[in-house]
Every structure is written in structure tokens, then in C-alpha cells.
Design a protein around this ligand. Sequence first.
Ligand SMILES: *Cc1c(COP(=O)(O)O)cnc(C)c1O
Length: 366
Amino acid sequence: MTAPILLTPGPLTTSLATKQSMLRDWGSWDADFNRITARVRERLLGVVHATGTHECVPMQGSGTFSVEAALGTLVPRGGHVLVPQNGAYCQRIARICRILGRSLTTVDYAEDAAVQAADVDRALAANPAITHVALVHCETSAGILNPLAAIAEVVARHRRSLIIDAMSSFGALEIDARTMPFEAVIAASGKCLEGPPGMGFVIARREALQRAEGNSHSLALDLHDQWVYMQKTTQWRYTPPTHVVAAFDSAIEQYLAEGGRSARGGRYADNCRTLIEGMARLGLKSFLPPAIQAPIIVTFHAPVTPNYQFKAFYDAVKARGYLLYPGKLTTLETFRVGCMGQLGPRGIQGAVDAVAEVLAELHAAA
Ligand SMILES: *Cc1c(COP(=O)(O)O)cnc(C)c1O
């Protein structure tokens, strides 16, 4: 059976070149491998125009490991984090703060509403004890795009620090350190840069990292220690995911050849449009208002048919070569389709056609 196309928010469909770059073993101590690490770190800084001001510190593990490393290392033990919440990834940040014992304030939104900069402004004005704002740029649970530029402006005006979970936006949506001041931005290998999963990275302002010694509750997730060790030795502290790093390097090379951020974001926007229009023709409505829909992942209301069950729907679409993603809303029956990965509107149209066939079967059986 040929492998299905993943319409998921990571792991996602990678190119053949990316997969092939995992067919070689690397010594973690070897200069050839450490040159790859250095190139990856340098190019990641370039993606968000942070060369010179920030440092890129890679971290083993899935994206959450890097989120926890960033919060635990950059927020001092006496720090206080404001988390605007409109989905599961925001809730995860709040949970990390609670577990790490960092003071926490949340601003809560519905699952179909974007964070408002004015609310962050009010919350910061009301509480001078807040030191950091942790914002999820694209809330992957429903697919909402939060207004990063406006929030970065508010946080900077109040002289607090901004930590951005840009896991599902980095490389596709605009993030610019020169115009959107941030202390740290966090992402991972297996999302919009289309590498395999297995490592994350934190792009942190150099002075913030320098100040962060001794903050971390954790040995393995101490970003400061990882950074200092890497600066000193060019190596990862503890075993790196060598094949993932090599494949990520190749994926970034292909990203730059495609045209970088604007080309990648443009392709995903085309995918998103093709998807929403195609599904609408099948009577499947997307959940979010278009103004706050990020071109990354789309939540759809489940088909209205007496026989609908996500699992059977999923299996039938899978049999036609496409993997969908379950919904993540608390009250509504939904499913999700990713716009990201190594595919274009033709791939998306193939998925829409597969869904059309499955719907026809469901309706016929009803
Ligand atoms: C994918 C993702 C993460 C990290 O999830 P992992 O399963 O740990 O890779 C964090 N935040 C957002 C917004 C994400 O989309």
C-alpha cells in the first residue's frame, strides 16, 4: 500500500528529498554533523529576521518540550505569566505554568474567537506583577490566527516580555523580530518547515538567555545550559536526533529554494482556499469566520447525516489515500483538515474528491 497523504498539523507529508536525507548515520561528535546543526540554527534565525539580536537553541523532543523549556528557563521562578486562552495549546501553556509553579493569569475566550490586543492591554495595565505574556500565534485546535503584531506592540509598550508559541505558523506566517518585539519564539521541525518531527527550537533574545542561568526546574529542559554547552562545544548537550536534524536541514534548504516565508505561506493559503471552497460545494461548512481563519488547518462541522461517525468517515477517506484529523472542540462534532505539508492545491483537491465519494456512500446508506 502506498503511504497516505497526511492532512494533519504535524507530523505532515514530507518530500522525498527530506525522507532520503535520513538514510545516512551521523556521529553526534563529528564536525560534519555539527556544521549541519550550526547551519540549521543560523537559517532559523534568518526566517524571523532575528540574526544578531537572538539566539536559536534547538531542543530534543516534540514541540511541547521546547515550550516547557522556554517557559521554565526564561520566566524566573518569581515571574508571572499572562496567557490569553482560546484553545487547547493555550491551555497547555497554562498547565505548564502551574506545574512549574509560575504565577499565572489567564484571559479566556470562546473557541471561535481571536485574542484581542485591547484585552491584553487592560490585563497588563491592571496587574504590574505580570512579567511575561505567552501567546499562541496560530491556535491549531480550531485553526485561529491570533493578532501577533498588535499584541507584540501592546506587550512592548508595557515593557513586559512576549513568548510566542509559533509552532504551527513559523515559516509560513509573518513573524519579524525587527517589527514585532519578542523575547522568544518557539517552533519545531515537523510543522510548516516540513521536516520530520523530533526536535523543537527556541529563538530567544540573547540578553534574556544570558539572564536565565539557574531559572530552570529541570536538567534536560534547561535551555540556558543547552545554549552555553552548544556555544562552547558546537555539539548538542546529550544525544541529538541526528537523522531528524539532517532531514530538517534538507527541508530548510528546500524551503529557501521554494521562496521562503512568502512562498510557503502563499502555497498554504492556496491550499486553504481550495479546501474551504471544495468542501463548501459538498455542503461541508468551515467552523471559523474567514477573518480569523489561519491558512494552516481548517475545522469543519461534521456532515449532517444519520450515519456519520468520525472513525468510519476517517477510515473510508484513508482507504482513498488521505489522513484527516479529528476535531478538538469541546461541544461541537467537527473534524479537521490540514493545509500544510508537501502538497499543493492538486493534493488538496484529491482529498476533497475522496471526501465527496465517502459522503455519497454515507448518504446512499442513510
Ligand atoms: C503542534 C503544536 C505544539 C506542540 O505539540 P507537540 O505534540 O508537542 O509537537 C504546540 N503548540 C501548537 C500551537 C502546536 O500546533
